[in-house]
Write a protein that binds this ligand. Structure first.
Ligand code: CP
Ligand code: NVA
Length: 291
């Protein structure tokens, strides 16, 4: 039976552990296995991307396959229904990775394709990011279980996947979220309103943009509502003296984070970006290779 990766809980705890170990091993050797030899992965992007598009393309190449980039011109759900896009692509390619506005589009692709579908970010989840985040924390601390991560900002897609993945490996997430921006679904995390309360004593501090792709019409209101939720050097200093700083990127300096925090010696944001490649390779290998 085909497997899909719409969010981290499409994997069992044991499978998640296996993907993390595989990603670390592939990083060590910069593995160029031919598990995708002769295979094409469709990379559909309704929204902009640097990291996800690059790492899925390079990952497919390094596994011996070809990444077919398809942008908004295919008209997913507008020029033709997502189910018909699925029923075409499955005749030509081995898997579909898609970045979409609406998570329901991914579900329609998944339910109508006989090939694996990978979430390259939706309004609800960003599971490839969460794999890279856990890899990065494990590199930084030598363990995951028992770490406490403070999230500062929006109850968004990145938080949703991170919180689910964190719970699967025994981590704790405390999220400082302004009223009105809580996650739309129940997640394994504690919500507080004061960023300082979340950050004090944390092993890592994680933030993301105030205005996600697709929310541009709400920009003015969001900037006002998130004004107290910037990770400044002073806020970061309340975390443990060993604490790491995380950001999925792109960063909007002067909004959710000061550039000094991204440039801090304990910032891990470019390690997260680096690990996106190895996370993508491990997920592709899990879905299309030998596990
Ligand atoms: N973090 C992340 O997914 O970056 P992109 O939007 O550039 O892919
Ligand atoms: N929450 C952001 C993440 C970008 C990688 C967005 O959805 O735009």
């Amino acid at each position: 039976m085909k497997r899909d990766f719409l969010d981290v809980d499409d994997l069992s705890v044991q499978e998640l552990r296996g993907v993390l170990d595989r990603a670390q091993a592939m990083k060590r050797t910069r593995a160029r296995e031919n598990v995708l030899e002769g295979k094409t992965v469709a990379l559909i992007f309704e929204k902009p991307s640097l990291r996800t598009r690059s790492t899925l393309s390079v990952a497919t190449y390094e596994l011996g396959g070809y990444g077919l980039y398809l942008d908004h011109n295919i008209g997913l759900g507008s020029r033709e229904p997502a189910r018909d896009v699925a029923r075409n692509l499955e005749r030509w390619v081995a898997a579909i990775a898609a970045r979409v506005y609406r998570h329901e589009t991914l579900i329609e692709l998944r339910d109508n394709a006989r090939i694996p579908v990978i979430n390259a970010l939706s309004d609800r989840a960003h599971p490839l990011q969460a794999i890279a985040d856990l890899m990065t924390l494990e590199e930084a601390f030598g363990r995951l279980e028992g770490l406490r991560v403070a999230w500062v900002g929006d109850g968004n897609n990145v938080l949703a996947s991170f919180a689910k993945a964190a719970a699967m490996v025994g981590m704790e997430v405390v999220a400082a979220i302004p009223p009105g921006y809580d996650p739309p679904e129940s997640l394994p995390l504690e919500i507080v309103r004061d960023p300082r309360a979340a950050v004090v004593g944390a092993d890592a501090v994680y933030t993301d943009v105030w205005i996600s792709m697709g929310q541009e019409a709400e920009a003015e209101r969001r900037r006002a509502d998130f004004a107290g939720f910037r990770v400044t050097p002073e806020l970061f200093a309340l975390a443990k003296p060993t604490a790491a700083f995380l950001h999925c990127l792109p960063a909007h300096y002067g909004e959710e984070v000061d550039e000094a925090v991204v440039n801090h010696p304990r910032s891990r944001v470019f390690d997260q970006a680096e690990n996106r490649l190895h996370a993508a390779k491990a997920v592709l290998r899990f879905l299309l290779g030998e596990g």
